[in-house]
Design a protein around this ligand. Structure first.
Ligand SMILES: [Zn+2]
Length: 407
């Protein structure tokens, strides 16, 4: 398939795997690391602006931690086997939630601190069977954009609604379309915690979140987390296959299990609610989806190379390197596609996924100009070097999917 993220990842030199490193354990090449870094930076910035505080927590935890959270009983088929460490057993974590519950519990909390929004882009692990592993979409080592909002019952709907709004804004900046919103409910079988009142309460609140924000949704049984229902934002690949990218959950179960408390205005101790949410899901799946959605032509602010400078002949090469240096000073990622790399036409074709191509011939070099071509076929024409670089830098800073605004 033409838009397969594995093929695009190879063509763009973004990531790879090695049987010796292990199946489902991809590594990121320098250009892939650039994309990932831009994405992570975006998420952290958006979260900071929305009042989240970031933490770091370890990818390992004692087996007991997951016994308390319920992962051990309800989720163990997806977990790596525990490692013996002296008299203890430690486990590669299957989720970040238990760690964040402990961060919350690290000291006493007052109602004045709520909502407390704890975010982390952290590692988690899933022992996927080798048959389902696929590029970046199904992996065993996952870097998750996760957050937990600890709040009062009265604040939960508003916090979940704000998380949905954060997701919509991110989709606009990334050029991602939601295929549909799914309200994921429990199904048959013993994998869900048994507490009907808890499920009903959380489901009613999630319906309120969806309906009050005017979101069209479909309720689907058998897709909930083991501890509660969730809103899943589904995206579709070019073949129409759906996956979950983003989620929002309202959870009464984990606060019970971890005996979380806050002191209310009445001086008494109350149980907070936990809102779990992920804006872009895992970095791996997000990058795979972005590659497929855009056919490799990533938005300017995410593109590993934003500007290719193409000297027509060897005489313009030095000037081309000068342009790349000035672009770098503005924080842009630019490269020279040197004349030695083939005909101008061949070099332009090779740079077809780069948002901007700047041709530098004898006339442009003499006048301090660049002949600009956009990857969508538009040709703004010959413009002063500084103006071209400034406009690209402005475009990148604004994010979104636009390439060139009228001056
Ligand atoms: Zn969680």
């Amino acid at each position: 398939m033409q838009h397969d993220h594995r093929r695009l990842g190879r063509e763009l030199g973004l990531f790879g795997t090695d049987p010796l490193m292990g199946a489902g354990l991809p590594y990121w090449l320098p250009d892939g690391a650039v994309v990932r870094h831009a994405l992570e930076e975006y998420v952290r910035e958006a979260e900071r602006a929305a009042g989240y505080r970031h933490v770091y927590s370890p990818v390992l935890g004692k087996r007991e931690l997951y016994e308390i959270s319920g992962h051990w009983d309800h989720h163990s088929e997806d977990m790596f086997p525990p490692m013996e460490l002296g008299a203890e057993q430690v486990v590669l974590r299957p989720s970040l939630c238990p760690h964040h519950a402990l961060v919350y519990r690290s000291r006493s909390r007052s109602h004045r601190e709520l909502p407390l929004r704890i975010a982390e882009l952290g590692g988690m692990y899933r022992s996927e069977p080798s048959g389902v592993l696929n590029g970046l979409t199904r992996v065993r080592a996952i870097q998750l954009n996760d957050a937990h909002i600890f709040c009062t019952l009265e604040q939960a709907v508003e916090e979940a609604r704000a998380a949905l709004a954060l997701i919509s804004r991110a989709y606009a900046d990334l050029g991602v379309r939601a295929a549909r919103h799914r309200l994921s409910l429990p199904g048959d079988g013993g994998k869900y915690v048994a507490d009907p009142a808890l499920w009903e309460r959380a489901t009613a609140l999630l319906r309120e979140v969806l309906e009050s924000s005017g979101t069209v949704y479909e309720a689907v049984e058998g897709e909930a987390a083991f501890y509660g229902p969730k809103i899943d934002v589904q995206v579709a690949d070019p073949a129409g296959r759906e996956t979950t990218l983003s989620t929002v959950q309202i959870d009464f179960h984990q606060p019970e299990r971890f005996a979380l408390r806050y002191t209310g205005p009445d001086g008494a101790r109350h149980r907070p609610v936990m809102v779990h949410r992920s804006v872009i899901g895992s970095v791996e799946r997000a990058v795979a989806h972005l590659l497929e959605e855009h056919g490799g032509a990533l938005p300017v602010w995410l593109a590993p190379v934003q500007l290719a400078v193409l000297p027509v002949g060897g005489a313009q090469e030095e000037r081309a390197h000068d342009v790349v240096r000035r672009a770098g000073e503005l924080g842009l990622r630019a490269e020279v596609a040197a004349a030695g790399g083939g005909s101008l036409g061949a070099r332009i074709r090779r740079a077809r996924l780069v948002p901007y191509q700047a041709v530098l011939g004898a006339r442009e070099a003499a006048d301090g100009l660049l002949a600009v071509r956009l990857r969508d076929g538009h040709r703004p024409g010959a413009l002063p070097v500084e103006e071209v670089l400034r406009r690209i830098a402005e475009r990148a800073a604004r994010r979104g999917t636009g390439l060139w605004e009228p001056a």
